[in-house]
Design a protein around this ligand. Structure first.
Ligand code: SF4
Length: 464
């Protein structure tokens, strides 16, 4: 464990006089500002129109750091970070695209456009894996506790309302519904008390994950309100505080030169000194995100507090569906002191058709990437599907008793008894999600299927 003697004065220069930090201003663009992004001037008018159509449906937000430092504009539109942040025509199904494009071309009025956009969004499975119905706990009177998800016994997810946006948006985001301004699609709570009361009475919970959006968009003062009370003895059962964030990639300045960066670092130090594990669950998609000076300075600073950085991210077509990209990313993470943690399968929501990679191919990429890295970088699990019954990992393709099969296992399950039990699906080169797979060996059901159906029925009945 690193000592918590980290100086509050940043130890690097980001330009300007030697030794002085130049706090960079956070400048962000949304759909309304597409025409103000100078870098886009090099694209054709038709391409810019396509972006307007897609961003009328799916959230769009990008900041100047991403534009200037992470995207290689000579490689646009194929550049992976451009694909990660800028809307592309293929992200909408042709029928959806045409419906919205026709209205924009005709200069339709706001209400009509909003009606169509809303209808399209609801056809994009805005809350995959039954998040709204099955994961949100209720109080004794049956009222839903907004902002909390409790799917697995030991881990609670909390969505602080001040953290329900991100420094930029990922085009593939499975939580995209959080960002489109539709309150019915939003999960969030501004009540620190709701979280603390819940945890007080749920002693089986050991891990709390602050998630979003990105909790790192919050002012440190807000984050303190949530975190500091958890350091009191009554929360001794909470052993790990996790913060899910892409700020180390999209806005590393948050940790080095933001107004309240020092206060944030100090807060991290206090959490670590209290004896709890503080884990920053850093979302990375490409090694380019690790390459800038400020990104590396932010990583050093977070690690200097004693917090652990674990890296996770989905495997996505157009961005990182290449073993060389994953191998280089994992190796670089290890060099920088980050623990590679998860390779996810892109979820069944939003622009999924554009980004999905068949499960068999995903496993091949994972395997080839693993073969290229040293042992310390082989800590990433995957490819893993966060499906409604649990987190299911594709372990590989093999042959059992003459049948070609896909081997699977639960990394997490709604019933902990399912965890680590191998099970097998018929070989299927096209399948991109758990519900596309069929049990192997002529079985009619998965071993967990009846039990899952009973759990689901009970949750849905309670949600009525
Ligand atoms: S950082 Fe996470 S929550 Fe934010 S847009 Fe990307 S995937 Fe979604």
């Amino acid at each position: 464990m690193q000592a918590s003697t980290h100086s509050l004065a940043p130890q690097w220069s980001l330009g300007g006089d030697a030794g002085r930090v130049e706090p960079a201003a956070f400048k962000v663009y949304t759909q309304r500002d597409l025409d103000r992004i100078e870098a886009l001037a090099r694209l054709s008018e038709a391409q810019r129109f396509e972006m307007k159509v897609v961003s009328a449906v799916l959230p769009f937000r990008v900041n100047q750091y991403v534009i200037d430092e992470l995207i290689d504009w000579r490689r646009v539109p194929d550049d992976p970070i451009f694909q990660l942040t800028f809307p592309q025509r293929g992200m909408l199904a042709p029928a959806h695209y045409e419906r919205v494009a026709a209205l924009l071309r005709a200069g339709a009025d706001k209400d009509e456009l909003a009606r169509v956009v809303d209808a399209v969004r609801h056809e994009l499975n805005p809350h995959p894996a039954d998040q709204m119905e099955m994961n949100m706990p209720r109080d004794e009177e049956g009222h839903r506790l907004d902002g909390i998800q409790h799917k697995y016994r030991e881990t609670v997810l909390f969505f602080p309302s001040q953290g329900q946006t991100c420094h930029s948006y990922c085009t593939f985001c499975f939580r995209w519904a959080q960002f489109v301004g539709d309150k019915a699609l939003r999960i969030a709570s501004s009540e620190a008390a709701v979280l603390h009361n819940y945890l007080r009475t749920h002693r089986e919970v050991t891990d709390v994950l602050f998630t979003g959006g990105d909790p790192m968009v919050m002012k440190t003062a807000h984050l303190k309100n949530y975190l500091e009370p958890l350091l009191a003895p009554e929360f001794d059962h909470i052993r790990t505080i996790r913060i899910g964030s892409k700020a180390l990639s999209f806005w590393p300045q948050r940790f080095v030169s933001a107004e309240d960066a020092d206060e944030l670092i100090h807060l991290f130090e206090r959490v670590v000194e209290s004896g709890k594990q503080l884990a920053v669950m850093a979302h990375y998609n490409h090694w380019k995100e690790l390459d800038t000076e400020v990104a590396q300075a932010a990583i050093r600073r977070v690690r200097g507090t004693g917090a652990v950085i674990r890296a996770q991210g989905p495997l996505i077509a157009h961005i990182n569906d290449d073993p060389a990209v994953w191998a280089r990313m994992w190796q670089k993470q290890v060099e920088l002191g980050i623990v590679p943690y998860y390779m996810f399968v892109e979820r069944d929501t939003g622009a999924r058709n554009y980004f999905e990679v068949p499960l068999v191919r995903a496993w091949e990429i994972y395997r080839e990437a693993m073969q290229r890295v040293s042992g310390l970088a082989r800590t990433a699990r995957g490819p893993s599907m966060s499906a409604s019954p649990g987190k299911v990992e594709i372990q590989g393709v093999t042959e059992v008793a003459g049948e070609k099969v896909i081997a699977l296992r639960f990394i997490q399950g709604r019933n902990p008894d399912w965890v680590q039990r191998p099970f097998f699906a018929r070989y299927d080169e096209e399948a991109t999600w758990l519900n596309h797979l069929q049990p192997a060996f002529g079985e009619r059901k998965w071993f967990w299927e009846d039990e899952y159906a009973a759990i689901r029925d009970a949750k849905l009945a309670a949600a009525d």
